[in-house]
Each structure stands twice: as C-alpha cells, then as structure tokens.
Design a protein around this ligand. Sequence first.
Ligand code: F6R
Length: 620
Amino acid sequence: MCGIVGYVGHRSALDVVIGGLRRLEYRGYDSAGVAVLDGDGGLAVERKAGRLGNLEQQLDAVGRDAFAGSAGMGHTRWATHGPPVDRNSHPHRDTSGKVAVVHNGIIENFATLRAELEAAGIELASDTDTETAAHLIALEYAEGPTAGDFPASVRAVCRRLEGAFTLVVAHADHPDVIVAARRSSPLVVGVGEGEYFVASDVAAFIEHTREAVELGQDQVVEISRDGYRVTDFAGEPAEGKPFTVNWDLSAAEKGGHDYFMLKEIDEQPEALANTLRGHFSGGRIVLDEQRLTDQDLRDVDKVFVVACGTAYHSGLVAKYAIEHWCRLPVEVELASEFRYRDPVLDRDTLVVAISQSGETADTLEAVRHAREQKARVLAICNTNGAQIPRESDAVLYTHAGPEIGVAATKTFLAQIAANYLVGLALAQARGTKYPDEVAREFAELEAAPAAVRKVLGTVDQVREIGRRFAQSKAVLFLGRHVGYPVALEGALKLKELAYMHAEGFAAGELKHGPIALIEQDLPVVVVMPSPKGRGVLHAKLVSNISEIQARGARTIVIAEEGDEAVRPFADELIEIPAMPTLLQPLVATVPLQVLAAEIARQRGFDIDKPRNLAKSVTVE
Ligand code: F6R
C-alpha cells in the first residue's frame, strides 16, 4: 500500500524515482506522482490516476526537461481519503507551490487540521489528509518558531499529527535536501556513494545500493549528497539501525518468468529450506531474536494465533500442529476481529502474530492490544525490521526472500514452516516431546523442500486442468483436518486472482448446507488426506466425494501418490508425494496456487496485480 521513494545524488532523480516506483508497484496502488527539484528554486510536480504508465505518458506530454534535477521524490497511492483521481494523487503542495509532500498512512486528526487551515483562509485542492501536512509545513516554515529551518518545520508538524504516517517532503528553497519522517509506517534509508535514498521498501533502491538504515519510531531523516542525519521529532540526534540487504536485484526481477507470482511459486523449495536453515542446532530448535526464555514458554497456558488472509490460513495449520505436539489450547483469530471482542489474555498467553509484510494494520493493532493485556507476542514475519516484529517480544523470520506478486505464495509455505518451528520449540521447552522426537520432526520438515520440488513437476498437468475449467462460474474447495485450511487458501487464491466465486469448506460441513450448491459440472476441488496416517478421515472424504459426484459435480482431487481408493471418484487426479499428516499442506497447496494462476491467466488477468488488492495493507 502506497510506495514512497526519495532521492538526492548525482543521477537523474526522475529516472531513479520512476525506477524505484516500478519496484514498489507490487505494494498495490491506483495513482502515481513525482516531484523534482531543479536546483534553481523550481519544483516540478506531475501526478496521474491509474498505472505508472499513465504518469510516464503525461511526463512525455509535458516534456521531461522540466524534471531535470538530481533531487526528487515519487509516490504510488492506494486511495484512502478521496477517490483515486489526479487531484488526490501525491505529491501534494502548499498554496505557494514551494512545499511538496508524499505520504503513506493515515493522519487521524486530519479533519481538525483541515478545519484549522480552512479557518485561516487556505483553500484545499484535494480530499486527502496529506495535503494538510503540506500547508502546515509551509506555514511553520514561514512563520513558526523555527521559521526558515526546513527539517525543523517538518518535525514541528509531525509532533501535531496523529495516526501512522511516513512523510517525504521537498522544499523549493532547499534544492539539495529531502526530509522524511516516520511514525509506525515503514521507511528505510539507502546509503550509496554521494547519493542517498529514502523509501518504503529496500526494493526501491536495491539496484543502486544494498546498504540501508532502518528508521525507528518517530524519527526524521534529512538526506543530501553529503550524507544523512537522523533526529527524533524533538530535534535530538537519533540513530537508525544499519543493515545490509541479503538479496540482490535478481531476486526482485522475474528471472525469465512471465509473472513474479510464477517465479515465486517456483522458489518455494528454497523459501522453505531458507526458513528452516539454522533452526536446529546442538540437538535443539533455536528461534531467531528469541527474547522469550524456555521458562516463558513453559508458563504459556494458551496460544492465540492472529493474522489476516493467507497468513491466517497458515495459522489454522499451526493450530493442528501446536495442539497435537504441545497439548496446549490454540485459538486462531482474524486479526481484524481479535481486539474488538475482548479476548481473554494475560501474561501466560502466547500470541503468535503472523504477517509476511510485518506492516498489516489489523495484525499490528492486535499485537498492540495483546501487549497491553500483558500477553507475550511472538511475530512470524518475512520483512526484516518491520513494525510488527519491532513491537513484539520475539521474532521468527521467514526467509522466503522478496515476494512481489500481490498474492502470497512462497511466504505462505514459509509461514507454515515457521509455525511448525514454534510448535516444536514449545514442545521442546515444555517437555511434551522428547529431544529425539523433536529431532525426527525437524528431519521430516527438512525433507519438505524436496517434496515441494517434486510437486512442481505436476505444473503442466495442473495448468491443463486450469485451462479446462477457466470459464466455470464458481469452484468449491473441500478438505478435512489440515486439508481444510488448504481448501480455504485454494479458494482465496482463486477469488483474488481470477475474480471467480470460490468457497472453501470443511468437507464434513457439506451435508449441513453447502451441498445445496452442487450442480451439474460444478468443479469441486478436494484435498485428500493420506490413506495411511488418517485412514478414518480418508474414508469419510471418499464418501463425501461420491456424494458430490453423484450430483453431477466435476471432481478435481489432490491425493497422495498411490491412493487407489480415490481414483474412481476423481474426474481429474493430481498426485502429491506422501508426507507426514501435519506437513501435508506444504505440498497440497502448491497445485492450488498453480490452478488459480492458470485460470486467472486464461481469463486475461494480471496475476501479479489483482484488482483492488494491495501487498501490504496498512489501514484497518
Ligand atoms: C493473499 C494475501 C493476503 C495477505 C494478508 C496478510 O494472497 O496476500 O491475504 O496474506 O493481507 O498480509 P501480511 O501477511 O503481510 O500480514
């Protein structure tokens, strides 16, 4: 949601900024804009609703010469206040046109600020909360206690803003400086040679530098060609956290695939292996920034998993594993519901917050609520230093690498693997599993990347099935036990990518209502449990399939290799390698991702950027 890039250096700011915005496109947006300081007191701004291509056309139409400076900034907006039209696109300017601001987040007290500006006779040109910041900074700079001091004016305004925000500000009187501020929303500084960047995500500058600095809460940074300076909102010197990005440009490119999502599906074996690497050492499970002691884990009497969307589905899988291995009650809750229903939490509650971006507002608020209630929070996250891990007691990073396709794929598998690690760490600390059992479970997990690689060998067959069913009106997904979250995830992928009606059900629920939906030729995807491990469930699912087949549905069955009992009931059969029961989602999900992607492609949609969706959802 909202991408931000700022640059001061020796290259064309316009090229750097547009290149950076391209790399942030995955976050989701509906308009874009740029501002460039020409060095002679000029500040050129252009913005346009729609894709970046529209902005580029507009720049060509007005002439790019007007944008020939080496300091500037850009923005991709995901509409919150006001529709996605040109006048609401960022950057926003003050009345004089000297101050330009781009913004991510929500200024919660914007109605009061807007009223104050209107009372002072300032006419606002947009519906946005952002524009208020541009006028306030200009006023502060003109007549505030620190008049004429650009960074101080930004700090003064930040102190008045409520909510979560990242601001990047340019001032025509300061053509060699860009000032950026951060509260809760993400902001990183890129450190090059004689050039500096600010961005919502390192992907924006990864082709120029891998050296970065993560800004802390309520910090302001000024970048110039000579360096960067960090202060807090009061102007006291402060420090960001330097880090080196451990992936490079190739990880953020398609590498021969038509879509990022297809590349990311393919990368799942590595994502899993990287997530597991280093977590079993000296005969024990070790978690990353584990600020929870074994005693803390022993004290836990209840686990809540909070997450949204795909991450929530990974949490549903965690429930089966943690309850089985640790004999601990686990509740899995949509983060957006969690804090509004007054859950029973105390210091012996462990809250596991799962979020690939680490920015999701619903999950972040759930974490804050849990910590206020004294619960301990463990974050599972794919983004180094993001807000959710920063505000948690402990963090376990998934090392899936950057996920650019909006629909989560490799991060889902990595989250499931991380959940298993948490389950095993709890079992180990609480003694519900002997060390040799923990070692055995980990060894089984370590075999999963090879199994996923094997499933990827079925891609052509699954795509062919996708082509056959691409014009269906709806698809149902059924599963039992850990196959149920897989069914939910399969349905979500199809909805978001192919804009098709898709529903996931616990197969046992079929007879309690959904069976009424079954009609001639309706495709029904069934995730079969192993005929070995959970034989009872297998038999039950076979009878569920026969019921739906008898009513004319077309069955697409995901089943373990050699599962002969289900073959007669499968109109289409996709075989997956045998796995221990709890680990089956790691292989069973993959064909469903491929199926959704293929159906969406057949229907002519851009699978990397599904409509209305953002990669990181920073509003509640
Ligand atoms: C679906 C998808 C979303 C996210 C959800 C949570 O493909 O990507 O459902 O899973 O918005 O996002 P994170 O994990 O960043 O908190």
